[in-house]
Ligand binder design. Structure first.
Ligand SMILES: NC(=O)c1ccc[n+]([C@@H]2O[C@H](COP(=O)([O-])OP(=O)(O)OC[C@H]3O[C@@H](n4cnc5c(N)ncnc54)[C@H](O)[C@@H]3O)[C@@H](O)[C@H]2O)c1
Length: 342
């Protein structure tokens, strides 16, 4: 099996497999185990589970990242008298692995868990790095914990059932990994991203694993993963989540490329390379310019903004992240208008 190591509060492997059913059976047979998954995933794996497994079915998508789902799942685990030696396996998109990781962080003050991401965003982003959490009424991801899984299992075949829109949106994070670190990713996208999908997933996981391994608790270095996300998050919220995370990040990446060109020395060619790659993926390129004041307001309220000053991750060249600080409102507006405002 191919593997990538992630070093965090403990080290673990991201393992690539084409025998996922066997892996799940083995994991859940050897220990008292819980499987957390939405119905769509359980309908595929249900038959192949040992009878001793506690199955917790959760809602599809973001709805499962709630205090209510979390509480019900914990009650079921306690009623089944699971002790500290149990294993929780989360199988699904990023929402499922976020919820499962937080269940594992909380139950009996921390038990082992395994992440089996089935969406592209889950594979290249959510399941790697040990961040787990839930949403509150007041906002997304407002509670959570750093609690790494003991293993992440990737089976590329899950991607074949993913709707085209989700696949494309997930590719925004893949492209980001190409812009900030592994520029070969950009060539593989140009060449034929559908054909090269497995290698693109592998390389993106390697980028995230490398970054989080050098900065598990998200101080400075890990911030580079936020490239394109300052405006991306604002657009996502402003669109009331009608745009996918990746579709919003694509807009944020175009904006960050312009800011990199204006403030951090990125060449015009490299700035334009962003548009070329994101266009090749068919990702969003424009957002109404009348929305700028609201977007700026949302950016200011981002939990990552300190002291009200917006600080952007930018690039001085492709694969060379840096920061642009103390940007005034006019600077930011100019970048917005010249990149994506219409
Ligand atoms: N922890 C982190 O570091 C981190 C990083 C990025 C994103 N996230 C979180 O990840 C979530 C987004 O992840 P997502 O985009 O996977 O969304 P998601 O988990 O909501 O999944 C979207 C939909 O796709 C379905 N699905 C999943 N795999 C499928 C497959 N193989 N075939 C068909 N349908 C499938 C899901 O059941 C769901 O209905 C957000 O909650 C976000 O906050 C976390």
């Amino acid at each position: 099996m191919k593997e990538i190591v992630v070093r965090s509060e403990k080290s673990y492997f991201v393992s690539f497999t084409d025998e996922i059913w066997k892996n799940i059976y083995k994991l859940t047979f050897e220990r008292k185990a819980v499987i957390v998954a939405p119905k769509s995933i359980l309908s595929i794996i249900g038959e192949s589970l040992p009878s001793s497994v506690l199955v917790i079915e959760v809602e599809e998508g973001e709805a499962q990242k709630s205090i209510s789902t979390f509480g019900k799942a914990l009650e079921k685990m306690a009623a089944a008298k699971l002790d500290r030696t149990c294993l929780i396996v989360g199988i699904g998109g990023g929402a499922t692995t976020d919820l499962t990781g937080f269940l594992a962080a909380s139950y009996l003050r921390g038990v082992d868990w395994v992440a089996i991401p089935t969406s592209l965003a889950g594979m290249v982003d959510a399941a790697i790095g040990g961040k787990t959490g839930l949403n509150l009424e007041a906002g997304k991801n407002l509670i959570g914990a750093f609690h790494s899984p003991i293993e992440v299992l990737i089976d590329y075949r899950f991607l074949t059932t993913l709707p085209d829109r989700d696949l494309k949106a997930g590719m925004a994070e893949v492209a980001k990994c190409g812009f900030i670190e592994d520029t070969e990713i950009l060539n593989l996208i140009d060449d034929d991203w559908h054909e090269n999908l497995n290698e693109l997933v592998y390389r993106s996981i390697a980028v995230k694993a490398k970054v989080v391994s050098s900065d598990f608790r998200e101080t400075d270095l890990r911030e580079i993963l936020n490239y394109g996300h300052t405006l991306g998050h604002a657009v996502e919220r402003h669109s009331k989540y009608s745009l996918r995370h990746g579709e919003s990040v694509a807009l944020g990446l175009r904006f960050a490329a312009e800011a990199s060109y204006q403030f951090s020395g990125l060449s015009t060619h490299e700035r334009d390379r962003h548009d070329q790659v994101l266009d090749a993926l068919g990702l969003n390129s424009k957002y109404p310019k009348v929305c700028w004041p609201e977007l700026l307001e949302i950016m200011r309220s981002d939990k990552k903004v300190r002291g009200g000053r917006i600080r952007l991750v930018t690039l001085s060249a492709l694969g060379k992240p840096t920061r642009a600080e103390n940007l005034c409102d006019e600077d930011l507006e100019r970048c917005f208008l010249e990149s994506i405002g219409e």
